[in-house]
Design a protein around this ligand. Structure first.
Ligand code: PEP
Length: 249
């Protein structure tokens, strides 16, 4: 079973509009000959309309939304609004949303359900903090995140999702998981999908690695049997490193 290879850029709260337009222009023009890899970008939502105009073959998503269609939720953007402005995917469960903005498993589950209802693709982020890795309970920790917010989906629904494993101690720290650590968790995630949905569905779902993945280490990480690509933060802010990562399969 061949799974989709995906390289996704999480731009976080970086760049001004001109920089973002330049970046997407550079990614589009330098990726024309790239085949067999889906490129996704998650710009700041404010830039969505402009980015969607020039995205060409790229998949564009947003980093956050509120899981209601409309109403009195000052400062929030809805799932229908982001769809209306050109997003086809959303990041859900990113550790920065969980930790800085105290998003609960319940809110994350509501976001998953809202995205599925509106046929928006989910990139579901999971991963353990350092103290959990240090006491070697990362497997049960990550499995519980998946059970709490993702594994309630039906067979058809889960197949529209991508999972990103992002050990928190590796995000933005320059410390990457070793190939063995990445493969161990990715194969565990696939075995849990098998437990809930069967082997065929498990083999069809792309599982991305995130956490200081860059142009120098992507090749090694992408050799892992169960690593189907990367969710890239810092190294997605330059077209050259982002494209080098995308050419690392
Ligand atoms: C991320 O935040 O999703 C991420 C992977 O960041 P970085 O690549 O900068 O570690």
């Amino acid at each position: 079973m061949t799974r989709k290879k995906i390289v996704a850029g999480n731009w976080k709260m970086n760049l001004q509009l001109n920089d973002a337009i330049q970046l997407i222009d550079d990614i589009v023009s330098n990726s024309k000959d790239l085949s067999g890899v889906e490129l996704m970008v998650f710009p700041p939502a404010l830039f969505l309309l402009e980015i969607a105009k020039i995205k060409n073959e790229l998949t564009v998503g947003v980093q956050n939304f509120y899981p209601k269609e409309s109403g009195a939720f000052t400062g929030e953007i809805s799932i229908t609004q982001i769809k209306n402005c050109g997003a086809s995917h959303v990041l859900i469960g990113h550790s920065e949303r969980r930790e800085i903005f105290h998003e609960s498993e319940e809110l994350i589950k509501q976001k998953v359900d809202a995205a599925i209802l509106h046929e928006i693709g989910v990139v579901f982020c999971c991963g353990e903090p350092l103290h959990i890795r240090e006491n070697e309970s990362q497997s049960s920790y990550v499995k519980q995140q998946l059970i709490d917010s993702l594994f309630h989906l039906s067979d058809a629904e889960i197949q529209t999702c991508v999972i990103a494993y992002e050990p928190i101690w590796a995000i933005g720290t320059g410390r990457t998981a070793t190939v063995d650590q990445a493969e161990e968790m990715h194969s565990a995630i696939r075995s849990w999908i098998t437990e809930f949905y069967g082997i065929e569905i498990a083999n069809s779902i792309s599982i991305l690695y995130g956490g200081s993945c860059n142009a120098s280490n992507a090749k090694e990480l992408f050799t892992c049997q169960n690593v189907d690509g990367g969710l890239i933060g810092g190294a997605s802010l330059q077209a050259e490193s982002f494209i080098t990562i995308a050419r690392s399969f």
